[in-house]
Design a protein around this ligand. Structure first.
Ligand code: NI
Length: 256
């Protein structure tokens, strides 16, 4: 039986400190792999610790655009060194976020490009965070020939037309709780448009819990609601969604 892979989670978050162990225990027969994704230098360190402690936790190392201000070249060296660990499957999450005014765009560009170069040096795919910044994200990815790296556009939030541009570059699309929201019409159209073999499941937990648990703390245990939504949109079985997205996740992260 195919099992769900959560391609993007933040279990290092302190909201899981009380019951992380029990939560992971409850996932045993339902979730095959969780990829814990770094967003700051601290969360990258915590990701390594989780990955070492739990066999089904894999990791991605990278710094989110909102957290790049304090970065130093030494931090890049550290990520480069640690990313050679066997269960590190990607560099991310990295990208651009114009929803917030800080850090300045120039600072975000600099560290986005630095981390794309790092991904190339260590031969790993990338996990892209892009919010209110579609055009700049696309132009930097093209300039840096990121289609050669491959990876996932996490929490995809743009139009169908923009999706075509990312698809043409070979990227996968991370689909999570938003696809279940009543106001998630735009994403539903994108999911209808995307080939199933370019979709991967993600929670972004503790954020973006799907209906009927919207607003509560999210976890990988909610992914069946996302599976249901994708199956309904595409008119296929839940089993097919789980099976194909599981294989997609292994392909993009090169997990054997
Ligand atoms: Ni995230």
């Amino acid at each position: 039986m195919a099992l769900i892979i959560d391609t993007h989670a933040h279990y290092d978050d302190e909201v899981f400190d009380q019951d992380r162990e029990q939560l992971f225990e409850a996932m045993k027969d339902k979730i095959e792999i969780v990829v814990n994704v770094g967003a700051s230098m601290k969360s990258c360190q915590d990701t390594l610790a989780l990955m070492e402690k739990y066999s089904f936790v894999y990791g991605a190392l990278g710094v989110h655009p909102s957290e790049v201000e304090p970065l130093t070249p030494a931090d890049m060296e550290w990520i480069k060194k640690e990313s050679s660990k066997e269960k590190i499957v990607a560099i991310g999450e990295i990208g651009l976020d114009y929803h917030w005014k800080e850090p300045a765009k120039e600072v975000q560009y600099k560290w986005f490009i630095e981390q794309l170069k790092l991904a190339r040096e260590v031969s790993l795919p990338i996990i892209i965070h892009s919010r209110d910044a579609a055009q700049d994200t696309l132009s930097i990815l093209k300039q840096e020939k990121a289609s050669q790296l491959g990876g996932i556009i996490h929490c995809y939030s743009y139009s169908k037309e923009t999706a075509k541009e990312f698809l043409d570059m070979g990227f996968y699309f991370g689909i999570g709780g938003v696809v279940t929201f009543a106001n998630g019409k735009k994403l539903k159209e994108v999911v209808e448009y995307l080939p199933l073999d370019k979709i991967v499941l993600e929670t972004d937990c503790p954020y973006l819990s799907p209906e009927p648990n919207r607003g509560k703390r999210n976890s990988s245990l909610n992914l069946p609601y996302v599976v249901d939504a994708i199956a309904a949109i595409k008119g296929i079985s839940k089993e097919e969604v789980i099976e194909v997205t599981q294989q997609n996740a292994k392909d993009v992260y090169r997990i054997k």
